[in-house]
Each structure stands twice: as C-alpha cells, then as structure tokens.
Design a protein around this ligand. Sequence first.
Ligand SMILES: Nc1ncnc2c1ncn2[C@@H]1O[C@H](COP(=O)(O)OP(=O)(O)OP(=O)(O)O)[C@@H](O)[C@H]1O
Ligand SMILES: [Mg+2]
Length: 340
Amino acid sequence: MGFFNLTKEIAMDLGTANTVIIYDDKIVVDQPSYVAINRDTNQMEAVGEKAKEMYEKTNERIKSVRPLRDGVIADFSACEMMMRGLIKMVQTGHHLFSPSLRMVIGVPSGSTEVELRAVRDSAEHADGRDVYLIFEPMAAAVGIGIDVEAAQGNMIVDIGGGSTEIAVISLGGIVSNNSIRVAGDEITADIQNYMSQQHNVKVSERMAERIKKNVGSALTDLSDEAPEDYIVCGPNRVSALPMRVPVCYQEIAKCIDGTIRKIEDAVLSALENTPPELYADIVENGIYLTGGGALLRGLDKRLQTKIGIPIHIADDPLHSVVKGTGIALKNIGRFSFLMR
Ligand SMILES: Nc1ncnc2c1ncn2[C@@H]1O[C@H](COP(=O)(O)OP(=O)(O)OP(=O)(O)O)[C@@H](O)[C@H]1O
Ligand SMILES: [Mg+2]
C-alpha cells in the first residue's frame, strides 16, 4: 500500500441478516448483522458472529440487537455502531493515519428517501467521507455477471433475510421492481411458531434457522434430494421439561408454504407488470434467484413449475450483491446507476 494512498475504498452489502465487505477485491468481512451493546456505558461489546452468539442470551447489562429489520434500518444508533465495528475489522495496513473512506453500499430498491438518508447518515457517521449507494438488485445483477447495460431484459429475484426484491433490469436501469417485506426471517418465524404449536417445543430464532437450513424445503416431495430428519432439542412449552423431536422436511415444507406462496405471487405480479419486449427476453434468459433464500431446497423447481420460465440460482447467492458493489466501486465514474 503506497504511503500517499490514504483513501480506503470499500464495498458493502448492509443486509438484514448478513453484512459483507469487499476491500482490495476480496471479501474481508462476512458477518451476521448483529451488535451487542453495554446498556450502562452504551459502548459496543461485540459485533457480527460474536454478537449473534450473545443474541437471546443477554442479561440486563448487555443487549444484542439486529439493527436492520425488513431490509431497512430499524435502530439507527445500533446500525451505526455495527457498521463502525465491522469496518474496523478491515485490515488496511494504515496505522498512523485514519484514511478517508470511500464506500459503495447496496440498498433495497424499494427504499424511501428517508431510508436512503438513514443508510447514508449511518455510513457518514461511521467515517464514510465519500458514500455512493446502489440498488441491491442492480448490484446483484452486476455481481452475477449479467450485462446490465445491454438492451436486454433480465429479472433478478433476491430473497434475503428481511425482504424479497424482484427487479427487471435493462439498459443500466431498473425498469420495474416489486419489493415485499417477506423473506428468510418470515420463513424462520413460521418454523418457530410451528414447532411451538405442533410439537409443543420452544425453539429460539437461531434454532429455527438451523432447522430451516437442515430440513427447509419449498416442496413436499424432494424425491432423491430429501434431507435426513433433523433432531430438535428444546424445552416443552408447557412443562419446560427437555424434549427431543425429529423433524422431517415435508412438515417444514407445509408450515412455510404460505410464505413461499407470497414470494411466488410477488414474482408473478412483477411479471404481469413487465412490458412485452422485456418479458420475451426474460422467458428467453430465465430468472435469476439470489440472496440466502435462493438456497432453500426445491425453491427453483417450484418456481419453474409454477411460472414456466427457467430459473437459475446464482453461483454464490449470499455474495452476489457485495460482488456487484465491489465492481461498482471500481467503476464509479462509469456506472450511471450509482447514487451520490
Ligand atoms: N441453506 C439455506 N436455506 C434456506 N435459507 C437460507 C440458507 N442459507 C441462508 N438462508 C437464509 O438466507 C437469509 C440471509 O440471506 P442474505 O444474506 O442474502 O440476506 P440479507 O442480504 O442479509 O438480507 P436483506 O437483503 O433482506 O437485507 C437468512 O434468512 C438465512 O436464514
Ligand atoms: Mg440482501
């Protein structure tokens, strides 16, 4: 790193579930979006993975929070603290100077002016001097490797923790977008409720997420790709005595069906609102699924059957957005869709 090069350039996907940072072309931070705060001093106790470990286990002195909900900042000061903590994890080799920080951050395409302002303010308070915003589906498309500037319609469906964003992109712009606040967190909540009602076992949000990853499915018939039953341990909701419950993917598929249907309906309604020329391109090119929700078993197959258009899962769905913001960072002068 040159002595006079004192601008640190980072690209960030500030997500409801995970925050990922690219520096020097590499993913250097990939952490759950959690921050633990000391209530007495209002200082940060931990951030990322360490703060997630404390979640649902804190006492009166320490609280661990998720500063984003439904894809947007819900707790402004916690978000700032989290961003600061995560940016600090980026090792830049500068010790004598605090370099000025140039940042590109992905933001949900359904964001209001007030929400965009909140992200920008948080970044500036976390020492961002030169902050650019990019809409997440655009970043995801760039990250997937789609030529977003071509006269070609492409549809991106990004299923994150807090929101599902569906966008049609053509000629370097978002032609139409449909964003719903239904995504991975809601699927997790379905599982948490189901375990309590059906099996009388109380499970934490983190355990419900583990169930989702182990036996989550969008289809009740996965035939040869079926995962083995997952054993859930937890207290009986009434007696508080310990229980051991085997859970199969079929029952999880049933309990999350309503939420998956909401996502399906949003994709259908986005297609309905797509102009015919672009629609024809999408039928030809297929629909790109990304975000952590794209990893749900059988989701691609279910959508393909329902919609009749080929579905492609992005290669590395948890990183499409950050990769795109990283590419945007190197093309700041050229990409017209970056917002100052
Ligand atoms: N294998 C998997 N199966 C199902 N869901 C998964 C899997 N892996 C991760 N997820 C879910 O993906 C979500 C996180 O995805 P992602 O990191 O793309 O979200 P985010 O970008 O933080 O959120 P948002 O874009 O809504 O702000 C979580 O709800 C997580 O439980
Ligand atoms: Mg996301």
